[in-house]
Write a protein that binds this ligand. Structure first.
Ligand code: KG4
Ligand code: ZN
Length: 329
């Protein structure tokens, strides 16, 4: 079963065709990063207009060489995200569904991030059904830091979330303080390569819960930078390690408590090498990590998630609306 996935929740216009929830046939991502970088972050109005300009060429590219007869359904992100951006993807998906008489399913962007772990990203393709339930999912993106227990397809129980800044948001804000540009995650990771994590920065452990908090760390970084006398590379390395320490320790602690089979990483921050290395070195259970281009926003993960929706009979009507504050579990 081939599914067309469409993703426009933030600043990436993306379309992909995925077979049986795993085999990527095409995966096209048009990033607006260069446009938003000059403002230091995503400008919602600019983002939705850019989606409007690029969505049809992106879908055309993703479906080149594929017969519409072979596509059996459309999966589209309907939340969470920027309302004006989501509207573009959902409307286009509905129009195609109507024209081609295809079923449509609305996908939660956070659930889609998790489903990036079902995509065949090993070459040659790995064995199917690698994911074992129950598993613990850490979704770390620009807007979310969620720890979610997944007991089966579509069965999510949220254990923890961020109480303030998301992990990606913390990277973005720190990069702005350090004048490293946008998006901050890759910029901090790059700067950290030539530094040492030798500076004292706090970790909010919140031991009584599975929640996270990163705003205190950001404030501490601001004070450190404004006091002066420290190298940007050392600050970046110390800041990165502080976030990694908390994400890795708290997730592994929860994995032990809940006796899960696996840990599944996802979301843009899961592209961070220090984070993935620390997980692989410390986890008592296998850790699945999509390659960086499938951690950041893409439509292949939306199509993979949509496949399991269709399998479960979850089909949306033409009244599918966007839900900008949608959550998971
Ligand atoms: O999942 P994503 O592409 O979009 C959202 O759903 O938000 O995540 C984007 C976030 C940004 O905050 C970006 O700074 C962060 O992921 N990110 C990284 C890295 N690559 C992207 N953070 C740390 N290290 C990276 N290599
Ligand atoms: Zn995302």
């Amino acid at each position: 079963m081939k599914i067309l996935g469409i993703e426009t929740s933030c600043d990436e216009t993306a379309a992909a065709v995925v077979e049986n929830g795993s085999r990527i046939i095409s995966n096209v991502v048009s990033s607006q990063i260069d446009i938003h970088a000059r403002y230091g972050g995503v400008v919602p109005e600019v983002a939705s207009r850019q989606h409007l300009l690029t969505i049809i060429p992106v879908i055309n590219q993703a479906t080149t060489g594929i017969s519409w007869q072979d596509i059996e359904g459309i999966a589209v992100t309907f939340g969470p995200g920027l309302a004006g951006s989501l509207l573009v993807g959902v409307n286009v998906a509905k129009a195609i569904a109507l024209a081609k008489k295809l079923p449509i399913t609305g996908v939660n962007h956070l659930e889609a991030h998790i489903y990036a772990n079902w995509l065949d990203f090993s070459s040659p393709p790995g064995e199917k059904g690698r994911v074992k339930f129950p598993c613990l999912c850490l979704v770390v993106s620009g807007g979310h830091s969620d720890l979610v227990l997944m007991k089966g397809h579509g069965q999510f129980e949220k254990l923890g979330r961020t109480r303030d800044d998301a992990a990606g948001e913390a990277f973005d804000k720190a990069a702005r303080i350090l004048d490293l540009g946008y998006p901050g995650g890759p910029a901090i990771e790059q700067a950290a390569r030539s530094g040492l994590p030798c500076l004292p920065l706090p970790r909010a452990w919140l031991r009584e819960s599975h929640d996270f908090s990163f705003s205190g760390l950001k404030t501490a970084l601001w004070h450190l930078v404004h006091k002066g006398g420290v190298s940007v590379a050392d600050v970046a390395a110390s800041f990165q390690l502080a976030i990694v320490d908390v994400l890795v320790s708290k997730t592994i602690e929860a994995a032990k408590q809940l006796k899960v089979e696996q840990i599944l990483l996802s979301g843009g921050v899961a592209a961070n090498k220090t984070l993935t290395q620390h997980f692989l070195a410390n986890s008592p259970v296998p850790v699945l990590i999509p390659p960086p281009h499938l951690c950041t926003d893409n439509a292949a993960m939306v199509a993979a998630c949509g496949y399991y929706h269709f399998q479960a009979g979850k089909i949306s009507g033409y009244d599918l609306d966007v839900v900008p504050s949608l959550s998971l579990g």
